[in-house]
Design a protein around this ligand. Structure first.
Ligand code: SAH
Length: 355
């Protein structure tokens, strides 16, 4: 655990590197920090995209509520349980339930039942991470008591002024930050993150995002490059969008975060893979240690386009799964099967609290 607050100028320096050899050296340094603090085993979490129904209207997101150019879906209980069973048989260790944001009781009770049933079908062995947006502390507690133990809620951007330009006026930064604090209070391993390369975002903002992660003492980070979606207000705000540059910015952010925070879990996200087929493996080499293969039934995947060009339409086909394992082995890492892969930072802060 890093006991000294990271130096802002040093973070800005890392994020501003532009020479290929310097960037390569940054990735290598981050990789060494990762080996020292979390090792070289990748943990997999099968992600089930339960529903694209969302009450939020974020300007960058393809499943925003006012996007009428898509069909809305919700996967039924039986199918979710089948997908969970499949994850368990693949020995993935954990799964993530993700969806658009809804706070109605029908939905929150549905999630409680799913969590309970997934725990039952795996005799308690599958770890469950939730990524279901802003909820009351009571709902977070209900899901925690049902058996979920990790939660991902990206702050999206930690600068309040920039946050306002990305969301309608009724979306509150303070509320989202309060949710992160409630999650931690309830006892979850708590994850957050940002998008990288948002319109108006600078390296100073990104450095402050890392300081936000540090100050909130989060256990896990999930972040990836912003990728425009044609049916959103942000479609045309980034003229000359360059995949290579966006990927590089994402990888530098992973590396700087690993160096600054040391023992947290960091996901190598699908958005990296969307920009380059080997993007997630590059993320592992820049300091990430988690991959979340998509296990949603292929028939629903088109409906969960947060951004354009989302890859992995057939990721649970056996050949793609084998290919993922092979490519992980080829970069000198291996997969930890049947293991929750909890955040070392979480374990370390429990020890710290007792001291
Ligand atoms: N709404 C849920 C999670 C679903 S969206 C929640 O807040 O927990 C998952 C993540 O996709 C979001 O947190 C956001 O960071 C990311 N995302 C949305 N639109 C994106 C885009 N255009 N490019 C890249 N990532 C995007």
């Amino acid at each position: 655990m890093n006991k000294t607050r990271p130096n802002r100028d040093e973070l800005i320096r890392m994020l501003s590197l532009s020479q290929p050899e310097e960037i390569e050296a940054l990735y290598k340094q981050a990789y060494q920090v990762k080996l020292q603090h979390v090792g070289n085993k990748v943990h997999l979490r099968g992600i089930i995209e339960l529903s694209n129904i969302c009450s939020k209207d974020c300007y960058y997101c393809g499943i925003r509520s006012t996007n009428t150019k898509m069909e809305r879906y919700q996967i039924c209980r039986e199918e979710v349980l089948e997908e969970a069973q499949w994850c368990f048989q693949q020995r993935y260790g954990s799964l993530v339930l993700q969806a658009g944001e809804r706070e109605d009781k029908f939905w929150t009770d549905f999630i409680t039942e799913l969590v309970t049933e997934i725990k039952e079908l795996s005799q308690g062995k599958l770890g469950i991470t939730l990524s279901l947006g802003e909820q009351t502390e009571e709902v977070y507690r209900q899901w925690f008591e049902a058996g979920a133990h990790r939660y991902l809620l990206r702050i999206e951007e930690s600068d309040q002024e920039l946050y306002k330009t990305l969301h309608p006026a009724d979306h509150s930064f303070e509320k989202r930050r309060e949710c992160l604090r409630s999650l931690r209070k309830v006892g979850y391993q708590t994850g957050t993150g940002v998008m990288i390369g948002l319109p108006g975002q600078t390296v100073e903002h990104l450095a402050d995002d890392i300081l936000f992660f540090y100050d909130e003492d989060v256990d896990m980070i999930g972040m990836g490059p912003f990728i425009p979606h044609k049916d959103t207000p942000f479609a045309h705000l980034v003229p000359g969008y360059d995949n290579e540059k966006a990927l590089e910015a994402g990888l530098k952010m992973i590396a700087a975060t690993r160096i600054a925070l040391q023992d947290v879990n960091i996901a190598s996200t699908t958005a990296l893979q969307a920009l380059k087929p080997a993007g997630r493996e590059m993320g592992l080499l820049a300091g990430a240690n988690i991959i979340m293969p998509n296990v949603t039934s292929t028939s629903y995947r088109k409906g969960y386009q947060l951004y354009e060009g989302k890859p992995g339409l057939d990721e649970n086909a056996p050949d793609t799964r084998d290919a993922l394992e092979k490519s992980i082995l080829s970069i000198g890492e291996s997969i930890a099967y049947d293991d929750w892969g909890d955040s070392k930072h979480f374990a370390n802060r429990q020890v710290g609290a007792k001291e």
